[in-house]
Design a protein. Sequence first.
Length: 131
Amino acid sequence: PTHFTQFISEHGDRVSKLLDLAENEDNIFISRDSNWMIAANVESRDSKSGPFYLPHVIVIGHDGAGNLIAISENESDERVWVVDFDYINDYRNPETLTIDWNHEDLEVYSNLILFVEEQIELLSELDEDWG
């Protein structure tokens, strides 16, 4: 969606800060690697039997703990979801295998800016506690 590419071009410095704070290439909160994004999205749509069958969203990253970061394919929906692997079946309809993107237990942010800023704040606090 346009809002994703616009966010990357306008707020690349914030994405860089987030990735620097993560200090671990396993934590790709927002990937800037098109090959990784293509592979992640093919995998998320490839098998309905897989744990992360996620039609209608675009996987943009992960947190290194098995949770995917996703945005909507819908141009007008700027929300960001953290899809928790441990609880995905709580959000998924077992018959249709679709995710209830409005489920009350699903971690959601209204846009990419809020998502990135919160992750930066959390990682900064952790860095201070460990530093």
